[in-house]
Design a protein around this ligand. Structure first.
Ligand SMILES: [Zn+2]
Length: 107
């Protein structure tokens, strides 16, 4: 048995992720680009997966492309920048700088 690439829990032979993280990933695809960060977290909590596991999942970076949290926050930051009339296209790396700002902006 291998380990889930997101949370490190045991997983099946057929998947890189455990059942919980697979559910979270599906929900991420549904929600990203459509809701604010608060709603996004509520949507993930709605899967019934524990909060600790969700936080671990969001911070994992199995592909080296930035964590789910940074990718989604980067998308939201780009939207926010557009709304504010600034240039979009924030990368997950850049977003760490402005994450605090987004937290204050979200409702
Ligand atoms: Zn997992």
């Amino acid at each position: 048995m291998g380990r889930c690439v997101y949370c490190g829990d045991q997983r099946g032979f057929w998947s890189k992720t455990c059942g919980d993280c697979r559910r979270l990933l599906a929900r991420v695809q549904e929600l990203r680009g459509r809701v604010g960060y608060g709603e996004f977290l509520d949507g993930l909590a709605g899967t019934g997966v524990s909060k600790e596991k969700i936080m671990g999942f969001l911070k994992a970076d199995p592909d080296g492309k930035g964590s789910i949290q940074d990718q989604v926050t980067a998308e939201m930051a780009s939207e926010l920048m557009k709304v504010m009339g600034l240039k979009g296209g924030q990368t997950p790396q850049e977003v760490k700088r402005i994450r605090g700002m987004i937290g204050k902006e979200s409702k």
